[in-house]
Design a protein around this ligand. Structure first.
Ligand SMILES: Cc1cc2nc3c(=O)[nH]c(=O)nc-3n(C[C@H](O)[C@H](O)[C@H](O)COP(=O)(O)O)c2cc1C
Length: 372
């Protein structure tokens, strides 16, 4: 433990609530420590902001991510023990540079052992923020805590001391980052997905707008590897017939089927969003009946977007496969679902095997066709 009398001087002021909310809302920070001979060292860290002993504190676990040296020999730990003054930067990048934002927190870092009261509070906060920590024994290892925090912020060319613009609405910046950060992922690691993340995502789907508020959708979750493999095999057979009907060469048919089967086998979880029309209104005329069905499909899309954003917010990835639309009865039978459920999509969920290409988007001016 380091000398608790060391105080932090230098630039900055006490962080505002809005700044702390901004920092807590980001998922990665860059921690700078000073090494031997004054050589700076910067590492990315996962962290949480807690309140302890009447002051805000940043905590970061010494966790089980692959490390080459024992935890206590990590450069950041050795540096902190020698020189506890540290800084960390948390930022939001936007292509629109008027929206660039960062907060720098400086303070005094300590290595907190598991028997310290702050340790349990820190572990709880870290596990609440990063579900990945639920399965790691971070409670047995020391924590880094940064106290006596001083803050400096910058947004779109403006610096503090007063809270800068986006911090007034931390939710808005967070939402923008989530919406822009989501991407369709098509290949996954075999790492399993915590059950609560899937439950939270389906609960988020449930908050989507829906016609008459009837929520005309349900979700089937497929986790067992043999169930994923048999669904993949059944769908591949149906798709093979369709590709052959389209006149594709046997080689192309083989490659596309292999890819599709692999995607379903590798993703640790598959979610099948189904349309559920049984509780919607019934009309005597086909036009209104069709409008009712279309509203349900529109609403299913909104529910899937909530699902995808929730998965992304938890630090995982997902894709969107339309394949069940082309063989809904087959998927329904394969999964043993009731007749009223119409499988509409397949959402593979997991941790991305590689960083997928990001698609650009149309400029705003192309999206708004009229504004009078
Ligand atoms: C209704 C719908 C069906 C889709 N079906 C597939 C699909 O079958 N296979 C696939 O790889 N991606 C599918 N996608 C994902 C799109 O290709 C993807 O959203 C688009 O390329 C934009 O990329 P992004 O999601 O990474 O931003 C589908 C998306 C939607 C909305």
């Amino acid at each position: 433990m380091v000398d608790s009398q060391v105080t932090t001087r230098g630039p900055g002021r006490s962080p505002t609530t809005a700044e702390l909310t901004f920092v807590q809302g980001r998922r990665v920070g860059r921690l700078a420590t000073v090494g031997e001979g004054g050589i700076p060292s910067v590492v990315p860290i996962c962290y949480a902001v807690i309140h302890y002993d009447g002051e805000p504190v940043v905590v970061s676990a010494l966790d089980e991510k692959p490390k080459h040296v024992p935890l206590r020999d990590l450069a950041r730990v050795r540096n902190i023990l020698r020189r506890p003054k540290v800084s960390m930067v948390v930022d939001d990048y936007h292509e629109d540079w008027r929206a660039l934002t960062f907060t720098r927190l400086s303070g005094k870092a300590e290595i907190i052992e598991p028997d310290h009261g702050l340790h349990a509070v820190g572990i709880t906060a870290l596990r609440a923020k990063y579900p990945q920590y639920e399965r790691m024994a971070i409670n047995a290892a020391p924590l880094i805590a940064i106290r006596q925090l001083r803050a400096t912020s910058w947004h779109g060319g403006k610096t503090g001391p007063s809270p800068v613009e986006p911090f007034a609405q931390p939710g808005a910046t967070e939402l923008a980052a989530l919406v822009r950060g989501r991407r369709s992922v098509r290949s996954f690691q075999s790492r399993s997905v915590p059950r609560n993340i899937i439950e939270q995502a389906i609960a988020a789907a449930g908050w989507a707008p829906s016609p008459h508020g009837r929520q005309p959708w349900r979700f089937a979750v497929i986790e067992a590897p043999e169930r994923r493999a048999s669904l993949a095999a059944a769908m591949a057979e149906s798709w093979q017939t369709q590709l052959e009907l389209d006149g594709q060469t046997p080689e192309i048919v083989r490659v596309r089927l292999d890819k599709s089967r692999q995607r379903l086998r590798d993703a640790p979880i598959l979610i099948v969003p189904c349309l559920y029309l049984a509780e919607l209104d019934h009309y005597p005329d086909p036009a209104r009946q069709e409008a009712e069905r279309i509203m349900a499909i529109q609403s299913l899309g909104a529910a899937i977007q909530n699902l995808l954003l929730s998965i992304h917010a938890a630090g995982l990835d997902a894709g969107w496969m339309c394949a069940p639309l082309f063989c809904p009865e087959l998927v329904r039978d394969e999964l043993g679902l009731e007749a009223a459920l119409i499988p509409h999509a397949l959402i593979p969920v997991g941790y991305a095997a590689k960083d997928p290409a990001r698609r650009g988007r149309l400029p705003l001016a192309s999206l708004i066709v009229n504004w009078e």
